[in-house]
Design a protein around this ligand. Structure first.
Ligand code: GLU
Length: 302
């Protein structure tokens, strides 16, 4: 898959977060991680990039785990796909759930506000600690320049946080939540680490490397269902139709896909399509899913 799509130059780096435009566009990595913790990797698989929205299912998992299962996400955030862009304010006005689902910005900001914490520092510690646990204890760093660049230009997300607060669908102070959310998105992760995070979900909630349970087995199907219906923003229908795998993408160029019970595929390349999804990463994962016939609805080689 890596060799096949290395030459693809379509799309462009995200630039609404200024620093993302400066990431070398040619970077490209593909990794498969198994429930036994075995990694099959190729390309720039150790290069750390900002996790961005790929962090979102993992913080949703933390909320489920802290608060007795998926029901809290359904009740306090919502689980409907929006069919609208990831940072939509319109969706927030249209749907009674407001935050809509934990994988778009509104719902992800709400999820951060739902993390049980005593202070901003504690909230951040829990969010980061959880991402590190999913990555098998890797020392994932905060990419400070990414954080600064994103927080300084966070007007749209600030509007979302304030609107949610107005509708009583944000459960902590808006500016504090926005800061922790923005830090969460600015965490550096390699494609290998991302594959390990996905493999934890493929392994029904237990991290393959540490053996630590991070999500109850009974909560995994709900989380994967949300990833299937909303993990690709307004392209989620087309992705489910083609690849048939619960996945999450991010504007940093990362994507993780889960083959439940079997393995995870992660891919990274910075150039994005119009919906904000990495062109090469999508092609690589779609190709692997088709070639191995592992789409959850049955083999779909075309
Ligand atoms: N931190 C980004 C934002 O809030 C995440 C977007 C994404 O990866 O989809 O806009």
């Amino acid at each position: 898959a890596h060799a096949k799509f290395k030459g693809v130059k379509d799309g462009k780096n995200a630039d609404y977060i200024p620093i993302l435009a400066t990431v070398p566009s040619e970077l490209f990595a593909v990794v498969i991680a198994t429930p036994e913790g075995k990694l099959y990797s190729t390309g720039d698989a150790d290069h750390r990039f900002s996790i961005q929205s790929v962090s979102k299912p993992f913080t949703a998992a933390l909320v489920m785990q802290q608060q007795g299962g998926p029901q809290v996400v359904k009740d306090k955030i919502g689980v409907e796909p929006t069919g609208l862009p990831f940072n939509s304010k319109l969706a927030l006005e249209m749907y009674e759930a407001r935050s809509v689902n934990p994988l778009v910005n509104a719902g992800a900001i709400a999820a951060v506000s739902l993390v049980k914490a005593r202070s901003e520092k504690d909230r951040w510690r829990k969010v980061l600690g959880n991402l590190r646990d999913f990555a098998g204890g890797a020392d994932l760093p905060l990419l400070k320049e990414v954080y600064r660049s994103e927080y300084e230009t966070s007007w749209s997300n600030r509007a979302i946080a304030n609107l949610l607060y107005n509708y009583e669908r944000l459960y902590a102070d808006p500016e504090e939540t926005l800061r922790v959310y923005t830090r969460q998105c600015s965490v550096g992760v390699s494609t290998k680490e991302l594959a390990m995070m996905g493999a934890t979900l493929a392994n029904r909630g237990v991290n393959p490397k540490t053996g630590k349970r991070l999500l109850d087995e009974g909560s995994v199907p709900e989380l994967l269902a949300i990833m299937l219906t909303a993990g690709f923003y307004d392209e989620s229908g087309e992705w489910s139709y083609g690849a048939g795998l619960p996945s999450k993408t991010g504007v940093g160029g990362g994507i993780v896909s889960v083959v439940p019970g079997r393995f995870a595929i992660a891919a990274f390349s910075p150039r994005l399509n119009e919906a904000g999804n990495s062109v090469r990463a999508m092609k690589a994962i779609r190709y692997i899913a088709g070639d191995l016939g592992v789409g959850i609805f049955g083999p779909n080689p075309d």
